[in-house]
Design a protein around this ligand. Structure first.
Ligand SMILES: N[C@@H](CCC(=O)N[C@@H](CS)C(=O)NCC(=O)O)C(=O)O
Length: 213
């Protein structure tokens, strides 16, 4: 029986993949493991009742394993690794939190309306530390092979690229060459190209958070 995954639909385009980085991470894992799966696109502004029954918190992603729907990308990715160990996407535990502060720092900077609040500097520090790690251990976080931590970071770096360029005319400094090479490597993977939201939907997803009415 094929797996089923319910993921976010694009804002304003319910037939297209949307901008949820957690949904994207799950789709990337399914693709990298070459699994067969069926996708249900969930319009988060008009959630179908079947979805609310299987995802009581109303959150995507959820994946159906053996008739049971499971929520939370951490849990889903863990089960996928357990049930489908080949190819292994296991990240060595000591590397599993590399880069983990980048997303929060990005969101703070993105939403900031005060150029002097330190949020840009805080993001740059996280990105520099990550670039140093990649310079020493790359091209992926754990070396030559893509692993789970990369599949979690890739959608977040994609959001960072698209949203900061659009809302702040900002891009990752060129000196962070290992980081730039890393994101290009990930964004070019077949799995990523197949499952990414179009930039305009990433922008549409962030718009109300950046410019609340
Ligand atoms: N910790 C969860 C986070 C999932 C999450 O926050 N999903 C968001 C979309 S990106 C959601 O479904 N929000 C519900 C809503 O907007 O109604 C995971 O890793 O799966």
């Amino acid at each position: 029986m094929a797996l089923e995954a319910a993921v976010k639909a694009a804002v304003g385009a319910p037939d297209l993949i949307g901008d949820c980085p957690f949904s994207h991470r799950v789709l990337l894992t399914l693709e990298e493991k070459k699994l067969c799966y069926e996708v249900h696109l969930i319009n988060l502004s008009d959630k179908p009742s079947w979805f609310l029954e299987v995802s009581p918190g109303g959150k995507v992603p959820v994946v159906k394993f053996d008739d049971k729907w499971v929520s939370d990308s951490d849990v889903i990715v863990g089960i996928l690794e357990e049930k489908y160990p080949e190819p292994s996407l296991v990240t060595p535990p000591e590397l599993s939190s590399v880069g983990s502060k980048i997303f929060d720092a990005f969101v703070k900077f993105l939403k900031s309306k005060d150029a002097n609040d330190g949020s840009e500097q805080a993001l740059l520090e996280e990105l520099k530390a990550f670039d140093e790690h990649l310079k020493a251990h790359g091209p992926y976080v754990a070396g030559d092979k893509v692993t789970a931590v990369d599949l979690s970071l890739a959608p977040k770096l994609y959001h960072l690229d698209v949203a900061l360029s659009h809302f702040k005319n900002w891009s990752i400094p060129k000196e962070l060459a290992s980081l730039i090479a890393y994101k290009e490597l990930l964004f070019a993977r077949e799995s990523f190209v197949k499952t990414k939201a179009e930039p305009k939907y990433v922008i549409a997803g962030w718009e109300p958070k950046v410019n609340p009415k």
